[in-house]
Design a protein around this ligand. Structure first.
Ligand code: ATP
Ligand code: MG
Length: 593
């Protein structure tokens, strides 16, 4: 029942005001209609009284949970769910649990658990001791399954998985009862116990709920709730060889933790009746009491030019299309962290896109706008030159001197840095043109520009290489024009360019990134891998101002006119490597229109 319509709403933004959404409206209504309803664990002794979720904090009215499966790293889609669940808990003075949905030992491991914990923390959220694992509840889940069997609501099926599939029917045709559906309770209990003891191979038996094989909702056609897996589990080791299925586990975990609002993505809409069916049965068996947790669905985050499916992300990593989970081109939270996206920018983005039930694909540039907004105020400015050509000031005969350069144009309190200035400089090759078009205010023969934070210069002549490309630009400078001195005001120039003293500049390596996929909706391609952009990473050997030699991993800057950058690493030869986080303006849209 895949509800996703990947073409609808392409490139549109979901209409929602930050902070207000249909889920918050539901909560507000619930609180208004029942202000006293401090939903409390009903006080019934649990079958196993040591249940650790039941603490004195049980009286909070609002409890949400973020329930990742530890089978991959978190991505930007998860961030939407994290911001929603933790955001609601924060704003309503409730609690948000971090719960690992770890019921499939085959694809889950503790590396993923650790990375998920770190990523939620990195986003700035806190679960206040409410860290749980569905595997903590294996005893309950098993004992409840026995209750279902005892009450005639579940049975052991011994059809093969292919036969079960055949019996299930389709969206348009009903399913058929399994010949094992009416097995006696005692026989069901006996086989289930033997399954648990490890007496059978994996495909021999499963436990299914007995609901309705003719239901129009396929999820109600006797869903499997237990299967055999002879596989060690990252937490419970070899204790179990029967594992509960997602739909069965999820609602029960919610109820055990006294979750009030179970928020999930739209593909679970058709599972909601099953969620309620299971919990209502457990109320009937006097295991749970009302009020029960309620499930609400919202639309997944989709972004242009990227994939947000763990299966596809695992493939990109394992088949080495990218350099690991934290490759800065990846939409994983570790990837965007390494790319330099501040957590605030992701939260701002999630606020802006809002939460609704409308399927859409959000334009990636909306996220980049949030990143620019977050970085603009915090990043110091630096001079870096990507494609240098030499500029010689013929009438400059000083040894060298320093120019005061402000660290941030808007906040003088952030101080200045000293830029060494000398006779031989580097400038960006794109800042000099022999035959400039109209409106080009930078350097060309006869033109006057200011070397930012330094002197005003006039281009007097130039040399070209054998291909006719400018090699060296010559100029004269005006000694009374130095920025910050009294005389400098009389020079009115239209162009302002950045520069480096050639003997002081240091070598830097810069990683420039482009979209990882060429088309807006790579998941719509027959094979998303054919849509990979082969030029999504370009390495540039650049020159930077000397202060960059002192930077540390994670430091972030604006390299004037080139964008925002984060220090990634230092190479063995001491050369610092920077990742471009984002350009200054949305050059991508312009380039591709
Ligand atoms: P994937 O489809 O990438 O494999 P998943 O849904 O299987 O993701 P889970 O670990 O089960 O991944 O997800 C944890 C929570 O995050 C779930 O509640 C899920 O609904 C939510 N989530 C996952 N992807 C998105 C997304 N793109 N947008 C919003 N929420 C998401
Ligand atoms: Mg899932």
């Amino acid at each position: 029942m895949n509800k996703k319509n990947t073409n609808s709403g392409l490139m549109s933004n979901e209409p929602s005001k930050p902070g207000i959404n249909f889920i918050r409206n539901i909560i507000d209504n619930d609180l208004k209609n029942n202000p006293q309803n401090n939903r409390k664990w009903a006080g019934k002794p649990m079958p196993h009284s040591e249940f650790k979720g039941s603490t004195e904090q049980d009286t909070v009215a609002i409890r949400t949970r973020f329930p990742p499966e530890p089978n991959g790293y978190l991505h930007l889609g998860h961030a939407k769910s994290i911001c929603l669940n933790f955001g609601i808990a924060n704003d309503y003075h409730g609690l948000c649990h971090l719960r690992f949905d770890d019921t499939n030992p085959v694809s889950e491991n503790s590396e993923y658990v650790e990375s998920i914990i770190n990523s939620v923390r990195w986003l700035g959220f806190d679960w206040d001791n409410q860290l749980f694992y569905a595997s903590d509840y294996f005893d309950y889940l098993y004992s409840f399954a026995i209750k279902f069997i005892e009450n005639g609501d579940a049975y052991v099926d011994s059809l093969s998985s292919d036969e079960i599939k055949d019996h299930r029917g389709t969206l348009t045709s009903p399913g058929k009862n399994s010949p094992f559906r009416n097995r006696a309770v005692a026989e069901n209990l006996d086989i289930f116990e033997k399954m648990r003891k490890g007496n059978f191979k994996e495909e021999c038996h499963v436990v299914r709920l007995k609901i309705d094989m003719e239901s129009p909702n396929i999820n109600l056609r006797d869903p499997v709730i237990y299967r055999i897996r002879h596989h060690s589990h990252h937490k419970t080791g070899k204790n179990w060889c029967v594992y509960p299925m997602y739909d069965y586990t999820h609602c029960i975990s919610d109820a055990l933790e006294n979750i009030t609002y179970s928020l999930c993505t739209l593909e679970f809409e058709d599972h909601r009746v099953l969620y309620d069916w299971i919990l209502e049965k457990l109320v009937k068996y006097q295991i749970f009491e009302n009020p029960l947790p309620k499930q609400y669905e919202f639309s997944r985050l989709n972004l242009t030019h990227i994939v947000l499916s763990k299966r596809k992300l695992v493939q990109l990593v394992s088949e080495k299309y990218v350099d690991g989970w934290d490759d800065p081109r990846m939409p994983t939270l570790v990837g965007v962290k390494r790319r330099g996206y501040p957590p605030e920018s992701i939260k701002l983005f999630c606020d802006r896109i809002g939460v609704s039930k409308a399927d859409s694909i959000i334009d990636y540039s909306l996220l980049e706008d949030c990143v620019r907004e977050s970085l603009n105020n915090s990043c110091y400015r630096k001079f870096v030159i990507f494609n240098p050509i030499k500029l010689i000031i013929e009438n400059y005969n000083e040894a060298e001197e320093f120019c005061d350069a402000s660290n941030h144009p808007k906040t003088p309190e952030n101080g200045t840095r000293k830029l060494p200035f000398s006779k031989e400089l580097w400038i960006e090759s794109t800042d000099f043109l022999v035959n400039p078009p109209k409106g080009f205010f930078r350097l060309f023969p006869g033109n006057i520009v200011r070397l930012k934070f330094g002197y005003v210069i006039e281009c007097t002549r130039y040399e070209i290489d054998e291909n006719g490309n400018p090699l060296t630009v010559y100029c004269r400078y005006f000694p009374d024009s130095k920025s910050g001195t009294a005389g400098s005001n009389k020079y009115k120039v239209k162009g302002n360019i950045h520069w480096l003293s050639s003997k002081h500049a240091i070598k830097c390596e810069i990683n420039l990134f482009d979209r990882l996929f060429k088309s807006a909706n790579p998941s719509g391609c027959d094979n998303f891998l054919t849509d990979l952009n082969q030029n999504s990473k370009v390495i540039v050997n650049a020159l930077g101002e000397p202060s960059l030699a002192q930077t540390r991993k994670g430091d972030q800057f604006q390299f004037e006119r080139h964008g925002y950058f984060i220090m990634d690493d230092t190479k063995n030869n001491g050369i610092p490597v920077f990742n471009r986080t984002v350009t200054l303006r949305d050059t991508w849209v312009k380039k591709n229109k």
